[in-house]
Design a protein around this ligand. Structure first.
Ligand code: HEC
Length: 192
């Protein structure tokens, strides 16, 4: 059976089947246990990175935090992948790290759906999606823009921060976001 479900976690009644996705890819019912595992990994990722970012901003300002993020974010993804056996990354339709964060076709599709869904609703924080594709369990969770993110992803970034971003990410596309926008998503894959 094909089963493509896009939903807000706590409000299952809001779930809806995605007909476009159904037409494009074959899938089976996602595994609840794997989904739980994936959600847990995302939480660990987030709970590890966010405090580091906040601490870096407080101790050395935005430019320092950009440098910290450029090292810590890929490292957390790498370590978590090694520890769990899942492939773990963050992707975006407007990537900053163009080596790591460019979406594949599946991810692009889901990110576009997240954006469409977010445009119709106020709350994007819990938007997630899972599907089994080609014997792989794929899970994505949207990451919405909060106040702190605007320092480095907003539309009025300080000149110094811009300069540092240019140094580290000359192809950066990840600015111009507003509160509540979908910045990107965690994307997890487990071979079945
Ligand atoms: C201090 C600056 C800074 C802040 C604040 C910040 N980011 Fe980022 N963000 C970065 C940098 C630098 C990268 C690239 C990291 C890398 O090389 O993997 C990045 C990458 C990302 C990515 C991965 C996709 C991509 O484009 O490379 C996502 C998703 C993301 N940020 C979301 C957020 C969200 C959501 C917030 C707020 C909770 C946030 N960021 C706050 C600097 C920041």
């Amino acid at each position: 059976m094909r089963n493509a479900i896009l939903c807000f976690v706590p409000v299952l009644t809001l779930c809806f089947a995605s007909s476009q996705l159904k037409a494009e890819s074959s899938s089976t019912e996602p595994e609840p246990e794997l989904r739980k595992e994936a959600m847990n990994i995302v939480k660990i990722f987030s709970d590890t990175l966010k405090p580091k970012l906040k601490e870096a901003i407080q101790s050395g300002g935005i430019e320092h935090a950009i440098k910290v993020c450029s090292v810590e974010a890929p490292k957390i993804a790498y370590d978590l992948s090694a520890q769990t056996g899942w492939s773990i990354k963050r992707v975006s339709l407007k990537p900053r790290n163009t080596n790591n964060a460019r979406p594949d076709t599946f991810e692009r599709n889901i990110l576009t759906k997240f954006d469409l869904h977010q445009a119709k609703s106020d709350s994007s924080t819990l938007l997630q999606y899972s599907e089994i594709v080609n014997n792989k369990y794929r899970y994505m969770k949207a990451q919405a823009v909060e106040g702190i993110c605007l320092n480095c992803h907003g539309s009025s970034i300080s000149a110094d921060a811009k300069k540092t971003l240019n140094q580290y990410y000359p192809e950066d596309l990840a600015t111009g976001y507003a509160l509540g926008d979908i910045r990107g998503a965690f994307s997890l894959v487990k071979e079945l």
